[in-house]
Design a protein around this ligand. Structure first.
Ligand code: ADP
Ligand SMILES: Cc1cn([C@H]2C[C@H](O)[C@@H](COP(=O)(O)O)O2)c(=O)[nH]c1=O
Ligand code: ZN
Length: 196
């Protein structure tokens, strides 16, 4: 479990990234950290991209329906603009943001904010997703969480797309995706003749 660092005389903020496949608990972990910051009476705000409207327009909601209020933004510059004196900034579904997010969160950290980012590390092709790889590079703290592969019970690292859509961005839940371990993911691609 991630324990908040407690530095005396901290001169700047820092960046945390929580990544993993779908259903791995990224949103739950993000909500847990943000709730703890609220208990510490810190000013907290959570942003999510307009792209993701699956469960709610103004909340971040986990697959288990754990929820926290959020602000929907069009792009990463909106986060910079709206963060003002916020001490702890949460960002969910960060894979859907533009590449400027990397610059934005570094500016916020220099200003003294703690930024907690959750996002998919890989898309359904198993390729790095949006700004996440660059965020992993600049973050002080990285947490990779795992789902359970429903085929074999091993740790799931990949998000297998059950539908035939080819676009990178296709919103969905269990109707369209399944978390899978590396082997079951590869087996699925071979059996379904998916060549990426
Ligand atoms: N195959 C699975 N492995 C692990 N958790 C699963 C699985 N399928 C459904 N879940 C549920 O999903 C929850 C995690 O949801 P969430 O935090 O929204 O994940 P993420 O944001 O990574 O997609 C788990 O606590 C669990 O109840
Ligand atoms: C793998 C993959 C996923 N998506 C979409 C599907 C969901 O709407 C979100 C991920 O949500 P979660 O909180 O991590 O479960 O992303 C996509 O558009 N493209 C993909 O390749
Ligand atoms: Zn498996």
């Amino acid at each position: 479990m991630f324990l908040e660092p407690h530095f005396k005389g901290q001169r700047s903020g820092w960046i945390e990234v929580i990544c993993g496949s779908m259903f791995s608990g990224k949103t739950e972990e993000l909500i847990r950290r943000l709730r703890r910051a609220k208990f510490a009476n810190q000013k907290v705000e959570i942003f999510k991209p307009k792209t993701d409207n699956r469960y709610s327009v103004d909340s971040v909601v986990s697959h288990d329906e754990n929820a926290i209020d959020s602000v929907v933004v069009e792009n990463s510059m909106d986060i910079l603009r709206l963060s003002g004196d916020i001490r702890v900034i949460g960002i969910d579904e960060a894979q859907f943001f533009d590449d400027k997010l990397v610059e934005v969160v570094q500016k916020l950290a220099i200003r003294g904010a703690r930024i907690i980012i959750a996002g998919l590390d890989m898309d359904f092709r198993g390729k790095p997703f949006g700004p996440i790889p660059d965020l992993l590079a600049v973050a002080e703290y990285v947490t990779k969480v795992h789902a359970i592969c429903p085929h074999c019970g091993n740790l799931a690292t990949h998000s297998y797309r059950l539908s035939a859509e080819k676009e990178t961005v296709v919103l969905g839940e269990k109707d369209k995706y399944e978390p899978r371990c590396r082997i079951c993911y590869e087996m699925g691609n071979i059996l379904d003749l998916k060549i990426y």
